[in-house]
Design a protein around this ligand. Structure first.
Ligand code: NAP
Ligand code: 8YV
Length: 312
């Protein structure tokens, strides 16, 4: 017997196809009357598969009184009201570990591209400027520089491992010190003061809102760089923009923003920023692995077994 499962949004095509094979899938975004579709599904639906960054709030949970699991396609669950889920006995799962390597690769790529300005140099060549203006201006080396990791969790540790291969020194700040070979700093300002490049890879949500603020950017200073692969909310975006415009920091590499996909166009004209469209985990292999894990968690829960990656 196929179980009814609600999928909230169009996401990874392979995952959706697999869900269509495994479940009676209600594609919420395709329903002409969302409220009526939820009402029709309510007596039977025990699982909600979420993809994207829209809110999963208490009202949605209340519309589905038989809900037992919210399975997120992604590790960050800042868009899901975890307290509301807990209060209703609904398990929330994510895709922890499935994307560590790709997100860490992306973080390092942003460090490399932000310091070495490869995207800007590519544009320079294509515009014919190598011939007219000569060699591209010198950039900044990674080797010997200190990488400060704000949020040394599953992904942060993979970023640290990669940074070592680039001969960078690594420091970090978490609320809790870890038993790792990297140097601990007690707060984000101290970490920034001791770093040449600061990478944010904490969860999003209220606890980390604007963790990278003016004080942190001041501590990083005019020779310092910021990379954000966490959530847009973790960096004070208007302050970052101002600091980039005024040369109060050297540069930034960003994968995440306030109000995605509406990126402030003021960033577009800046030569000291590299911009990616929230794509750190977006490879065929990783998105497939994320989808399989999301589906596995749903199946386990619907079969009355323990899920693989619960969010604590
Ligand atoms: P994780 O293993 O839970 O690691 C998060 C780390 O952040 C933990 O070490 C945690 O340590 C630290 N942290 C949490 N709150 C903090 C705070 N207020 N101050 C300082 N440190 C704090 O999570 P993960 O799997 O590495 O994923 C991290 C995040 O990356 C996700 O939640 C998501 O937002 C983001 N992400 C982005 C993309 C992308 O496409 N750009 C892809 C995947 C993930 P303590 O608890 O000790 O503080
Ligand atoms: C995805 C992410 O962009 O896992 C996360 O937290 O931000 C990314 O992997 C997103 O979850 C896809 O919906």
């Amino acid at each position: 017997m196929k179980h009814d499962v609600i999928l909230t949004a169009k996401g990874h095509a392979g995952t959706q196809k697999r869900m269509e094979q495994e479940f009676n899938l209600v594609k919420l975004w395709e329903q002409p009357d969302r409220a009526a579709a939820l009402k029709a599904a309510a007596p039977k639906v025990r699982a909600l598969a979420h993809t994207g960054h829209s809110k999963v709030d208490a009202a949605l949970m209340d519309a589905l009184p038989k809900l037992e699991i919210i399975a997120n396609f992604g590790v960050g669950v800042d868009q899901i009201d975890l307290d509301a889920a807990k209060a209703r006995g609904i398990v929330v799962t994510n895709t922890a570990n499935a994307l560590n390597d790709c997100v860490a690769d992306c973080a390092i790529a942003l460090v490399l591209n932000t310091l070495r300005k490869f995207p800007q140099a590519d544009k320079y060549l294509r515009a014919g400027r190598w011939k007219t203006d000569g060699t591209y201006p010198f950039t900044t080396s990674l080797g010997g520089k200190t990488l400060g990791i704000l949020g040394l969790g599953r992904i942060g540790e993979e970023i640290a491992n990669r940074a070592k291969a680039f001969k960078m020194k690594v420091r970090y700040h978490n609320r809790n010190r870890k038993d790792v070979p990297w140097t601990y700093d007690p707060d984000p300002v101290t970490l920034a003061k001791n770093s040449d490049v600061l990478v944010a890879i904490t969860p999003g949500g209220p606890e980390t809102d604007k963790l990278v603020n003016a004080a942190v950017l001041d501590a990083l200073g005019p020779q310092g760089y910021v990379v954000n692969v966490a959530r847009g909310s973790v960096v004070d975006q208007p302050v970052l923009l101002k600091y980039l415009q005024e040369g109060k920091i050297a540069g930034a590499g960003l994968d995440v923003y306030y109000d995605e996909p509406n990126v402030d166009p003021a960033f577009f004209g800046l030569d000291n920023v590299v911009l990616l469209p929230h794509m750190a985990s977006a490879t065929n292999e990783t998105r497939t692995a994320m989808g399989l894990l999301q589906i596995e968690n749903i199946q386990l829960k619907l079969d009355g077994e323990a899920v693989k990656t619960p969010v604590v």
